[in-house]
Design a protein around this ligand. Structure first.
Ligand code: SAM
Length: 237
């Protein structure tokens, strides 16, 4: 694969990076995203942050192979500790991890004063989108865009957020489905939730057979099923 080319998942995330951004890619196994964006002249500076030595070395190799050592700094660090405020980063990508892990990286970054509030966050959680959106809203981030794509039979959501001045009001349904994805309801979204409905109905059936105290869990799954049915039904109207 040409270093300028990215998987569809990373290409979609890359589309939300502003032109000439100073980008930090956290969890940058192989540094594919910053390298491709630098070769496409889309970013002016990049940091590839990695916490594990193996992927960090792969990222360093990839950057060197493309002659980009002066443009992309590969840093061995936990989460946003790869970023200093002096780096003047204005876009952060965190892709290919669970939503809860992404949320925890952002929370620790906030506590350690690594977020200026001027960064666009471009997040691609593999699961746990709801918990990630909850953190964004609690921290007064506005979801400015979302995308949903399918690659190799897997569906991925991309959430793009920028810091606002006050905590936005969002409903439980918007947290679950995504405020923008829920409005768009494209074919991939419908397929994802149809599949999720089938899974949740199976979970509910087995919870009902359980001899443990699962009343609360049954309530949660029942509500989720109701919401999914609503969102799927609405689309037909
Ligand atoms: N971002 C790439 C992508 O989307 O293709 C790589 C995804 S890979 C599945 C996740 C990477 O995140 C791994 O290389 C892992 O070591 C790294 N990672 C996990 N937790 C991290 C943290 N707290 N700080 C930096 N990197 C982390």
């Amino acid at each position: 694969m040409n270093a300028k080319d990215l998987s569809l998942r990373l290409q979609k995330a890359a589309e939300f990076v502003p032109q000439d951004a100073r980008l930090a890619d956290i969890g940058s196994d192989h540094a594919y995203l910053p390298v491709a964006l630098m070769l496409q002249n889309k970013i002016s500076f990049g940091i590839a942050g990695e916490v594990v030595v193996g992927p960090y070395k792969s990222a360093k190799k990839q950057v060197a192979k493309n002659g980009l050592d002066k443009n992309i700094d590969v840093r061995l660090a936990d989460g946003l500790e790869a970023v200093e405020l002096d780096d003047q980063i204005n876009a952060i990508t965190i892709c290919g991890m669970g939503g809860v892990l992404i949320r925890d990286i952002l929370q620790r970054g906030k506590e350690k004063h690594r977020l200026s509030g001027n960064e666009r966050l471009i997040l691609q959680p593999n699961v746990g989108e709801r918990q990630l959106r909850q953190w964004l809203f609690d921290e007064s981030y506005l979801i400015i865009d979302e995308a949903i794509i399918e690659e190799n039979n897997k569906v991925y959501e991309i959430i793009v957020a920028e810091k606002g001045t006050e905590r936005p009001e969002y409903s439980g349904k918007e947290l679950l489905f995504g405020p923008i994805l829920r409005k768009e309801k494209n074919a991939i979204f419908m397929k994802k939730w149809q599949h999720k409905l089938e899974k949740s109905e199976k979970i509910l059936a087995s919870l009902r057979q359980s001899d443990q105290d699962v009343a609360e869990k049954i309530q949660d799954v029942t509500q989720e099923i109701e919401w999914i049915k609503e969102v799927l039904d609405d689309a037909g109207k």
